[in-house]
Design a protein around this ligand. Structure first.
Ligand code: AR6
Length: 333
């Protein structure tokens, strides 16, 4: 998916470019910067940085990736947190947007960011994450690139406490765990086919009839997923581009879905499209059913999606933050 939040060590990412939360003199430091220097080869990378000299806060420069899997390292010094009154937010925004522009100029198709400024520079993580997501997502509205936001440790990640609590309560009230469903279900003995079809002529008749009605049913299939999707896109007055961008879906996958009448997407992709189209709960269920899916109360993922739809909150990045916080797969593809 175009924007993905992942938990990893950024030096292990297999992407065209990784971003270094640098200092303005481009010297090897601690935190993610130290890890990147060590993994790339400290002396070669330092030499390349020395040739560039320095970089202003919010700006970005590029070097080779040396021993890393990544072809390039983009270095951007984020702002030092000084209480929020020293243009920290716009400078942090610039760090992300200038890094993305530089990656685009170097024809990068994929890039991985750490949460810039949120370690040694002390930027509050929740706010920094919001800035990262909104800056990256507005860049992605205009450009095609795979962007990874790499979160090192889970504690460094936080959706707002209020949202977390509210989703948690919703899950508590609505989530029915599998164990209790199985326990409550009335067991039924399965039919024994041989007993039903002891009489051979009758058996043939029944099969013939079944075959006939099956042919009939196959002739009258409901709309396919892609047909239903296209109908919704038209009804909502959206364009294809708006739809796949808002669904956090790659253009190529979207055209596969669009052009393949019988193409069945993954559930997280189908849900992402429902969110992009701002479908209400019933419409979402209708779209999902065309791909053979549903939303149930026995899956945490499903309950979280239901929560956001009931709140009419269709911000896919916010939904993904919540899914990430509850260890669920993210929307998009
Ligand atoms: N992979 C991904 N994220 C990481 C990794 C890693 N290997 N290691 C740390 N983080 P910081 P800053 C996270 O302090 O605040 C350096 O000395 C970490 O949990 O590395 O921008 C520079 O040279 C945190 O969320 O960068 C500068 O002098 C995030 O990366 C100064 O620190 C950023 O933390 C920059 O400070």
């Amino acid at each position: 998916m175009p924007l993905e939040i992942v938990r990893n060590d950024i030096t292990k990412m297999k992407v065209d470019a990784i971003v270094n939360a640098a200092n303005t003199s481009l010297q090897k430091g601690g935190g993610v910067c130290g890890a990147i220097f060590r993994a790339a080869g400290s002396s070669e990378l330092q030499e390349a940085c020395n040739q560039i000299g320095s970089c202003k806060v919010g700006e970005a420069v590029i070097t080779d990736g040396f021993k890393l899997d990544a072809k390039y390292i983009i270095h951007t010094p984020g702002p030092i947190w000084q209480g929020g009154t020293n243009q920290e937010s716009s400078l942090l925004q610039e760090s992300y947007s200038n890094s993305l522009e530089l990656a685009k100029n170097y024809q990068c198709e994929s890039i991985a960011f750490p949460l810039i400024s949120t370690g040694i520079y002390g930027y509050p993580k929740e706010e920094a994450l919001q800035i990262a997501i909104s800056t990256i997502s507005s860049f992605l509205l205009q450009h095609d690139m795979f962007v990874y936001l790499v979160v090192f440790d889970k504690s460094s990640f936080g959706i707002s406490k209020k949202l977390f609590q509210s989703i948690d309560e919703y899950i508590d009230e609505n989530y029915v765990d599998e164990a209790s469903i199985t326990f409550n279900r009335n067991r039924q003995e399965p039919y024994v086919l041989e007993e039903l079809f002891e009489d051979e002529p009758l058996q043939n008749e029944i099969f013939k009839e079944a075959e006939y009605s099956l042919v009939n049913m196959l002739d009258q299939l409901d709309e396919s997923f892609s047909e239903r999707l296209l109908r919704y896109i038209d009804e909502k007055g959206m364009t294809d581009v708006e739809t796949y961008k808002r669904a956090n879906i790659d253009r190529r996958l979207f055209s596969k879905i669009r052009n393949g009448v019988d193409y069945t997407p993954k559930k997280k992709t189908a849900v992402a499209l429902a969110i992009a189209l701002e479908l209400c709960f019933e419409e979402t269920m209708e779209l999902l059913s065309a791909a053979g899916f549903t939303l149930s109360r026995s899956s945490k993922f499903d309950v979280i999606i239901e929560y956001f739809i009931q709140q009419a909150n269709y911000n896919i990045y916010e939904i993904n933050e919540a899914l990430f916080a509850f260890d669920q797969p993210l929307l998009g593809a």
